[in-house]
Design a protein around this ligand. Sequence first.
Ligand SMILES: Cc1cc2nc3c(=O)[nH]c(=O)nc-3n(C[C@H](O)[C@H](O)[C@H](O)COP(=O)(O)O)c2cc1C
Length: 387
Amino acid sequence: MPVITCIDDLKRIYERRVPRMFYDYAESGSWTEQTFRENTSDFDQIRLRQRVAVDMSGRSTKTQMIGEDVAMPVALAPVGLTGMQSADGEIKAARAAEKFGVPFTLSTMSICSIEDVAENTERPFWFQLYTMKDEDYVNRLIERARAAKCSALVITLDLQILGQRHKDLKNGLSAPPKLTPKTLANLATKWGWGLEMLGTKRRSFGNIVGHVKGITDPSSLMAWTGEQFDPTLDWGKIAKIKEKWGGKVILKGILDAEDAKMALKVGADAIVVSNHGGRQLDGAISSIRALPAILDAVGDQIEVHLDSGIRSGQDILKAVAMGAKGTFIGRAFVYGLGAMGERGVTTALEILHKEMDTSMALCGRRTIDELGRDVLLIPEGFEGRWQ
Ligand SMILES: Cc1cc2nc3c(=O)[nH]c(=O)nc-3n(C[C@H](O)[C@H](O)[C@H](O)COP(=O)(O)O)c2cc1C
């Protein structure tokens, strides 16, 4: 077993272990992947301010996100098809998150259903909702999330229409994979993954199969989901969903100060500054670059979270020092899950925690509350001077 010291180590094992189709699905951005790349490279532009001779004993990364205690300001982001990265992947990731003390968000497009995850965990998790044309189906999803005692509804706003990822089209992405000569040749080298998959019944979209009439075979399912995203979603509809849910609401996919103000108006409990990990609008700015203007606009009135591009504890530190109350990680936990299942997700969380805690100490800070922009060295013009 190799010595695992960073998220990149998990990614290398993940790449070897999981079928190419699902590795590519996670490790891609839309079109030219400019936004996908800049999500990480923009984090690198910000530097940390080293301080010395500060008592660093009694440190803690504990804080709260939407009023819930968290071991560090990190939640697991909703990731579709997580159960294809590792058998029963959503249950494994939710368990790792629960044990670590951070929130888990279940995607609408998960393999394990809301009920599956609820039965196999102790603590309430968050449910991510895609708004679909079929209003009855959306209402039933909300009811199911309520029945499963989910403690927040995360409504994703940046996917009314799907950004194109070239590799998914070329690979013929489906869940479960279609057995073409190309996929069979690749699967033959992924026997560990295959054996685990044979041991579970959960191999298709668990929140959809059995809940939508006429969906029987996987190919019609992929087509159905592609056609189902609601292009008419607007702030009025968001307000109605919020009312129907009645609990805490997080609006995910905000990248513009004007939209952040609208989120505030509809009474969301938090927003996630996000470009969907560079998977939607290619050419959009990175989340970390978008964060300061959004914080200036609404930061004192609503909880602002951030995702897209976090690969280290230092990245989390940068986002939180900039002013985010919390962060979400997508690929960073997927690498761990694909590499080593539940243990891999735990390892990813441990790595991020250690990196964050140590870096915080070296910046001379002991608690999350002590983090502020004075910890950061932000290059002049970082936000960009866009016309
Ligand atoms: C493979 C994959 C699948 C995703 N599926 C969903 C999804 O079903 N719902 C959603 O709101 N966001 C989805 N996202 C976006 C993530 O929630 C999150 O915004 C993104 O992964 C953050 O970027 P990062 O991967 O660089 O951390 C997905 C991301 C990835 C990588």
